[in-house]
Design a protein around this ligand. Structure first.
Ligand code: GLN
Length: 193
């Protein structure tokens, strides 16, 4: 069984741990650099990216996470996507810079402060999972404004990318851990083989 770390400094790490179990993986909560040892992949949950950044510095986790991401897959949701992006705006802030996308924080504004909707996966996603629309929970989500040449958009909402894969990493601006649909976590687990 694949061992999936869930960064557990702040945010909805508990929901991810349950989603990893539903998808057939073994979750482990990560609170220090030593906890990364032996993991096959890592999830950075949603929450508040500025607070998480502060805690990452306090726990001396920035470099260990960058090094982990150079070797193993990381899946970032919402605040986690902001932390993985190499370009953050509104306002600009430091990030791990592991995936070549540009994100605008709280990009949907009040329009979807919090919304349960449905998104249509692209072929690159459904070729590896079951077809069909996917429930998507957005909570003060960032908008992905730019994707690098090597990135694959796996789902869009209102034309903007909301699920993107680049090499070993995946980001979602919505919260797949809050919906019963297991496909996104299953896709991440497949990348750990
Ligand atoms: N708006 C938050 C941020 O900028 C992200 C919200 C979330 O993770 N649900 O960090």
């Amino acid at each position: 069984m694949k061992r999936v770390g869930i960064l557990a400094l702040q945010g909805d790490f508990d929901a991810h741990a349950k989603a990893v179990e539903r998808a057939g993986g073994a979750p482990t909560l990560v609170r220090s650099a030593g906890d990364l040892e032996g993991l096959d992949g890592l999830i950075i949950p949603g929450g508040e990216s500025t607070t998480m950044l502060k805690l990452l510095h306090e726990e001396n986790l920035m470099e260990p996470l960058r090094n982990f991401g150079r070797l193993r897959p990381i899946f970032g949701t919402c605040a986690g996507a902001i932390l993985l992006a190499n370009e953050v705006s509104s306002p600009a802030q430091e990030s791990l810079g592991l995936i070549d996308i540009g994100v605008e924080r709280n990009g949907y504004g009040r329009q979807i402060d919090s919304r349960v909707t449905s998104v249509t996966p692209e072929r690159d996603f459904t070729s590896r999972t079951q077809p069909g629309d996917m429930e998507a929970v957005f909570i003060r989500a960032p908008i992905i404004r730019r994707v690098g040449d090597r990135a694959k958009v796996l789902a869009r909402y209102q034309g903007d990318p909301v699920l993107v894969e680049e090499g070993r990493h995946i980001v979602a601006t919505f919260h797949p851990e809050l919906s019963p649909d297991r496909r996104v976590h299953e896709l991440f687990l497949q990348k750990l083989d």
